[in-house]
Design a protein around this ligand. Sequence first.
Ligand code: HEM
Length: 418
Amino acid sequence: MSHDLPEGITPVQLAVIESVAPNWRHDPYRSYDVLRAAGPFVPGPMDTQLVPRYREADLIMQNPDWSHAEESELLHPDSEVELPGSFLWMEPPDHTRLRGLVSKAFTVRTVENLRGRTEQVVADLMDKMLAQGSDGTVDLLEALAYPLPLTMVCELLGVPAEAHEHVRQMSSGIARGLDPDLLLSPEELAARTKAVHQFTEFFTELLAQRRKQPADDLITRLVQAEAEGARMSPTELLGTLLILVVAGHETTVNLIGNGVLALIRNPDQFAALKADPDLAAPAADEVLRYDAPVHLTTRTARKEITVSGRTFAPGESVIVLFGSANRDPEAFVDADRLDLTRYAAGKRANRHLSFGLGLHYCIGAPLARLEMETALRAIATRVSAFELPQDPPPYRPNLVVRGMSELHVRVVPQEQSR
Ligand code: HEM
């Protein structure tokens, strides 16, 4: 950070502000360096403590005495509508019951069955992308990063193709609304309310259709679970769909976008991937570490807990900065370097925290990895080079799910290369 400090503000306070400020979304990493150097805990907004280092982030995420059910009021006091309760914000036994109803659809083995379909979707999108625009310029987010995860999650659930775009619009309004209310404009709060109403209306209708006419999809299986007795209430069913749709694609969009941007900025790594497309699988994890799609989460102490010498009273909240922990030089060799072989077989590297850890570990991790691996493999074999006219590209204001609003690139197809 090279600019002058505003009067009365310390470098650490400035880093706290910049780590949440929308005009710093393109590079929160220098602020994270300052926060990590300041200590394991740094006073954050709303009486929270920021957790910028890997060690404490890892400990807190693994400890079920840190709850994820109690921050809703703190983060969303202005919510006019109840976001339908999703198990992301629940504790056992409700969390265990509801997660158990969908977990089978997301195991590594079940997801492996989607490999062929994922390759087909990627191939079709690549065909269109490479044929687009006389000068080869495309918005990579529109051409690949959005449609891939949206198609996959909608097909898995059983949302008809003509409604995919509607689902995208609704979930985008909801995703921004996941940020603390404090950071949202009145328009964004109103957009969230509207999006939640639309979501409820759309899926209530689709659920009614599936009750009458079952199909071979996840929505039908959830409807059946609801019908079998007290396994899932109608509100819980909507909450489960909401988290699957929003978490299922808003995040992966940014993984693909951030990943391609990282490759463009690190041509040696792009060249390594092109030379060995089998690097695509470990590369997916390295990109997750290097530029995490979900930058933070919150936790609240359920009882007195001591972490690294600091004692938290029950009810005290922390903001765990995944994006910062993933770049902690105490946990990763050359933490600021993109190294696509970091997670290659036989290598030893700490796990990244981009899918969280513990009770709420991302249920969609195998699907996200499959989508990213497939996209990277296709890029490695079909794209000769990307040119980036604007660096950094524009970012969305979103804090929790951080990513670009567009990524215009000129794509040079493989065939044209000399
Ligand atoms: C790159 C893509 C993704 C990233 C970075 C990501 C990240 C995360 C993180 C960090 C959490 C934990 C949040 C916390 O503990 O506070 C989480 C939970 C979750 N994710 Fe993902 N996610 C991704 C893709 C997906 C996909 C594809 C799906 C489903 C189709 C999904 C569904 C979920 C669900 C349901 C939870 C809640 C799990 C629970 O509470 O038990 N995610 N995700």
